[in-house]
Design a protein around this ligand. Structure first.
Ligand code: HEC
Ligand code: HEC
Ligand code: HEC
Ligand code: HEC
Ligand code: HEC
Length: 249
């Protein structure tokens, strides 16, 4: 009985380890595989401690190792899954929790603002064309990129990705960087028009109030917290409405 138990246990644990690390690599990339590897080491250490302490009932020798390792792996995975599921579930109900889990999102193509804004001198509103006329700023469709990229930068790998998407008739699925919770209403147009008139500046000078210097960001990040206090403070300073229904549905 001992030998069969040992063989099946060893195979099962090895298979679980390889599946776990391989799965982490596929789903989360190299970093995920490293994290999975570290978790396995933690589990082995816990297993080792359990074997060394040898609680009553734990078999001796290799069998003891397998039972301890299986238990430790299960415990570590349970804790990790528990933290992720609890966080996700809380994030579903709370924007604050969701933000804790949010990082700068991966974009399908590395789109550098500096090359366009600083070097090529293109205005924000040329690309985010509805920003001064509609609630949403909008991101240009790939056709608009081709306006320049049929000619400009055709040998750059990023531009080749853009050309491929256009030739395949695909839309580029840009990941959202800024997003307010669903119960909040935001309108770009009113803000842009108010501040361009008040300060006699072009629209592109207004964006910095809430987005920082996007023209210098190789990858767009959120720089303001966009919490209610941030909105309401500025509304007070500018005699803009602060009643709840202005911003909440
Ligand atoms: C008005 C012209 C213009 C438009 C419109 C335009 N670009 Fe560009 N883009 C440029 C110029 C100029 C460069 C710099 C080329 C160089 O460095 O040789 C560039 C560079 C790039 C690069 C390569 C950056 C690098 O250094 O590797 C990518 C990727 C890119 N653009 C994507 C886009 C996408 C996506 C769109 C549409 C949302 C777009 N561009 C719209 C002019 C434009
Ligand atoms: C050549 C077109 C182009 C120009 C010019 C441009 N953008 Fe963008 N912008 C994009 C594209 C494409 C994205 C989506 C990819 C990304 O987030 O990097 C984007 C994303 C953004 C985002 C993030 C949107 C989100 O998901 O929350 C902000 C904010 C932004 N741009 C602001 C600006 C500002 C401010 C300027 C002027 C200083 C500017 N952009 C100039 C094309 C452009
Ligand atoms: C008063 C603050 C404020 C100003 C000024 C502002 N934005 Fe935004 N922007 C936001 C907020 C808040 C969001 C997220 C909106 C949401 O989730 O509904 C956003 C989202 C965006 C997005 C992604 C979603 C969309 O609307 O298409 C882009 C692109 C963008 N802004 C570009 C710009 C540009 C370009 C300017 C300047 C011309 C600008 N913004 C000025 C606050 C601002
Ligand atoms: C930099 C200052 C500033 C910030 C930051 C700001 N606002 Fe405003 N907002 C204003 C001003 C000024 C007005 C009034 C514009 C007018 O009178 O046309 C306004 C108007 C509005 C309106 C009414 C638009 C309409 O005409 O229907 C909404 C909704 C709104 N803001 C939401 C927000 C939200 C949500 C945030 C935070 C994410 C925010 N604002 C951040 C200055 C700001
Ligand atoms: C100028 C815009 C603005 C006004 C006015 C405003 N809110 Fe908000 N509110 C926001 C934004 C943006 C958020 C989301 C960010 C956050 O949670 O701070 C929010 C979030 C909230 C939340 C959720 C908080 C959380 O942690 O999930 C509540 C509740 C709320 N607001 C109530 C109110 C009440 C009540 C009023 C009127 C006294 C009001 N708001 C007026 C912009 C506004």
């Amino acid at each position: 009985m001992g030998a069969a138990f040992l063989a099946i246990g060893a195979v099962a644990i090895t298979a679980a380890l390889l599946l776990g690390i391989g799965g982490a690599f596929i789903v989360l990339g190299a970093t995920g595989a490293i994290v999975a590897g570290v978790l396995v080491i933690v589990a082995v250490v816990i297993g080792g401690v359990v074997v060394a302490v040898r609680p009553p009932g734990l078999p001796r020798g290799a069998n003891g190792w397998i039972v301890a390792m299986g238990g430790a792996l299960g415990l570590v995975l349970f804790m990790v899954v528990g933290v992720l599921v609890a966080g996700k579930a809380a994030g579903h109900y709370s924007w604050t929790m969701e933000r804790l889990f949010r990082t700068v999102p991966e974009q399908p193509i590395d789109f550098p603002h500096p090359a366009h804004v600083r070097v090529a001198g293109i205005d924000c509103v040329f690309c985010h064309s509805s920003v001064d006329s509609e609630p949403m700023a909008s991101v240009p469709p790939v056709e608009q990129c081709m306006f320049c990229h049929q000619v400009v930068g055709k040998d750059l790998p990023g531009v080749q990705q853009v050309i491929e998407a256009w030739q395949a008739g695909e839309t580029i699925q840009w990941a959202r960087v800024h997003r307010l919770p669903d119960h909040v209403r935001f309108v770009h147009e009113a803000h842009i028009n108010y501040f361009t008139a008040k300060d006699s500046v072009p629209a592109s000078a207004v964006c910095t109030l809430c987005h920082g210097e996007v023209g210098t960001m190789v990858q767009v990040e959120q720089v303001e917290d966009l919490r209610m206090g941030f909105c309401v403070d500025c509304h007070r300073d500018n005699d803009a409405p602060t009643d709840c229904t202005t911003c909440h549905y």
